[in-house]
Design a protein around this ligand. Structure first.
Ligand code: OAD
Length: 250
């Protein structure tokens, strides 16, 4: 693509956002946090290359052998705890602050949108901020565990589970209902850094488009959405693309 064609797509995306702002909703995935040093799930160097999700990321796997699943969590958590928001997270919070964006629906559990200053964040797959006991449902802050510790236990002695959605668990009801309502009512859905392979989050772009929204997608590579649902595809790293897009919106 020529530089002129690329500039036209950015200008078009920016004018679509300006036309409906603040009725813009973002849907984000692991790719938006890659530039913060957190690996994505799929693709080379993805987490699922090292850990089979059937063995490490299902509720059945956690219930059968929580120590084994904590083997993955305890490698990942120090990365999450050390990570800082990158220009993509900051760009979205800037759009919200400028009254151009309504909410961020994120599949990420790293809390980086909130750290960047986004206020209306819908955590579709839960978060690593809290731990929950699957036996008595008591909740604890993640701070009860430190890197190097054994898996944390509830006062009832059960091993605690981070409050994230594992495969086989339902999406938190409020998050699912709000995300779906936002997808149905937004004028632009800005999809950034998701492979759009995990149900039901991957349906939100089609829901938005069926209800009249323009779908703008940011990704380093094409996804199942790109040629079916996406109206404008901005190829590149989320941090670089978002910075350029936010400048164009302003
Ligand atoms: P994936 O790992 O499936 O996809 C990450 C996407 O980000 C891919 O399409 C990459 O091309 C893209 N990407 C990588 N680096 C990027 C960058 N710097 N800028 C922009 N895009 C980049 O992550 P998700 O789609 O978020 O669920 O995965 C969805 C769910 O699958 C996760 O929430 C998790 C996982 O299994 C559960 O654990 C329930």
């Amino acid at each position: 693509m020529t530089e002129i064609a690329r500039s036209r797509i950015f200008a078009d995306a920016a004018s679509r956002i300006r036309a409906v702002g603040p009725n813009v909703v973002a849907l984000t995935g692991a790719g938006i946090s890659v530039e913060s040093g957190i690996p994505a799930f799929r693709g080379s160097q993805g987490l699922w290359d090292r850990f089979d999700p059937m063995e490490y990321a299902t509720i059945e796997a956690f219930s059968a052998n929580p120590e084994k699943v904590w083997g993955m969590f305890s490698g990942l958590l120090p990365l999450l705890l050390a990570a800082a928001p990158n220009p993509a997270h900051l760009g979205l919070s800037g759009l919200e602050g400028a009254g151009m964006l309504r909410s961020v629906v994120t599949q990420n559990v790293d809390g980086l949108h909130q750290a960047a200053g986004s206020r209306n964040v819908i955590e579709y797959h839960g978060s690593f901020r809290e731990l929950v006991c699957l036996s008595c449902w008591k909740r604890y802050p993640m701070a009860v565990w430190s890197p190097g510790d054994a898996p944390p236990r509830c006062e009832c002695r059960e091993i605690l589970k981070p409050d994230i959605v594992l495969f086989g668990e339902p999406i938190p009801w409020g998050a699912q209902a709000t995300a779906e309502a936002d997808a149905k009512s937004c004028g632009v859905l800005l999809v950034a850094g998701t492979s759009a392979q995990v149900f039901p989050a991957c349906e939100l772009p089609a829901i938005a488009r069926l209800h009249g929204a323009v779908v703008i997608e940011i990704n380093t590579e094409e996804t199942p959405l790109t040629r079916t649902t996406t109206d404008l595809f901005l190829k590149g790293k989320a941090g670089e693309v978002m910075t350029k897009l936010v400048e164009a919106v302003r």
